[in-house]
Design a protein around this ligand. Structure first.
Ligand code: SF4
Length: 88
């Protein structure tokens, strides 16, 4: 993939980020894609996974996901699965 195609895809993805927090999430995506901010990368991935809704990230039931202990917007201890969590 050429650099030009790669940049175009990233621009399209960035522009497609929805919601009222779009600008904030775009900033997070930019930080993630800089390759220098792993926390931003995890947050951006979790937000993408949960359709850019922080509540859904906080309540993520996919406790077997390798990112689950690191997901943002929660104060849960890493080993505390939510009561509604499913084993997937
Ligand atoms: S922890 Fe949950 S929200 Fe984050 S990537 Fe995994 S499944 Fe998606």
């Amino acid at each position: 993939m050429t650099e030009r195609v790669l940049q175009k895809r990233r621009r399209q993805y960035r522009a497609s980020i929805p919601g009222a927090r779009k600008a904030s999430y775009q900033k997070k995506y930019d930080k993630a894609m800089s390759g220098r901010d792993p926390k931003a990368a995890i947050a951006a991935k979790c937000l993408d996974c949960m359709h850019w809704q922080r509540t859904r990230v906080r309540e993520c039931p996919i406790v077997c996901c390798p990112l689950w202990p690191y997901r943002p917007f929660t104060t849960d201890p890493p080993d505390t699965a939510p009561s509604h969590a499913r084993r997937t």
